[in-house]
Design a protein around this ligand. Structure first.
Ligand code: BGC
Length: 255
């Protein structure tokens, strides 16, 4: 941890990346030049839905853990417009219309930027991972509590695409094919893989991507389900795996 001292923080090349999720918040300082974490990820479990104010305190705790005094970038699982959260499907409803950048900025006395979590993961993969140097249309999906999406055209992000909420059988598609659904409904890898294949099939039909990247914890277990995915475009696991959300949040925080 000695390499995250105050000295490094004075340059804007290091940013504390925070990934807010449905059941935990994770953070680590990131070197924006290499995309590498400067310390071991620090994870705070949030088993029940917590309010924005309590969330701000969790971020303060993470910053304290790293003795952090520089800029902070946050990935949030909902639509984010100019630092303000507009939707929070799997989080406390109090986040809707909350200016999270300002709230956390005041709590930490830091400059804070907020971005959608899947957009953050996409930024990281495009800069350092599976999408590096890829032109055309690249789509990234994060498979976790929900399904997050990020779309890039020639490396440029179309923010807040929210394609996990496309309706399917009268509900959001994420309620049918997210990684959490496999566990909650005790689906086999084959059963879940078929659902995921329906999802990526629909995405292909609508967007004709040149590359599809799958992120979220489950992407590390591609051997269990990639064989069920029949796509036209190449489909690969996120290279940064679970760190993508933190790294991408930090990239945004350094803007
Ligand atoms: C949210 C998205 C988020 C995704 C993954 C969805 O429920 O609406 O904004 O990217 O979950 O966390």
């Amino acid at each position: 941890m000695d390499n995250v001292g105050v000295e490094n923080q004075s340059t804007a090349m290091n940013v504390l990346g925070i990934d807010i999720g449905g059941s935990a918040v994770k953070g680590a300082p990131v070197d924006l030049r290499s995309g590498k974490l400067l310390g071991e990820r620090f994870r705070v479990e949030t088993p029940e839905l917590i309010t924005p104010r309590r969330m701000a305190r969790v971020v303060v705790d993470i910053a304290k853990h790293f003795e952090w005094r520089g800029p902070i970038g946050i990935g949030f699982p909902g639509v984010v417009l100019n630092g303000t959260v507009k939707t929070a499907a799997n989080l406390h409803p109090g986040f809707v219309d909350c200016d999270l950048a300002r709230l956390v900025g005041e709590a930490t006395h830091s400059r804070v930027h907020v971005i959608n979590d899947a957009d953050a993961a996409g930024l990281a993969e495009m800069r350092f991972g599976a999408g590096k140097g890829v032109r055309g249309t690249v789509m990234l999906f994060t498979l976790g509590t929900g399904i997050g999406s990020a779309i890039f055209r020639d490396g440029v992000l179309l923010p807040n695409s929210e394609l996990g909420h496309l309706p399917y059988k009268g509900r959001a598609f994420e309620k049918y094919a997210a990684a959490s659904v496999r566990k909650a409904h005790g689906l086999s890898w084959h059963e879940w893989g078929k659902r995921l294949n329906q999802y990526v099939g629909m995405m292909e039909m609508l967007f004709w991507p040149d590359l599809i990247i799958l992120g979220g914890g489950v992407s590390a277990r591609g051997d269990k389900f990639f064989r069920f995915l029949k796509t036209r475009a190449p489909i690969v696991s996120a290279k940064l795996l679970n760190a993508a959300g933190i790294v991408g949040a930090a990239l945004h925080g350094g803007d």
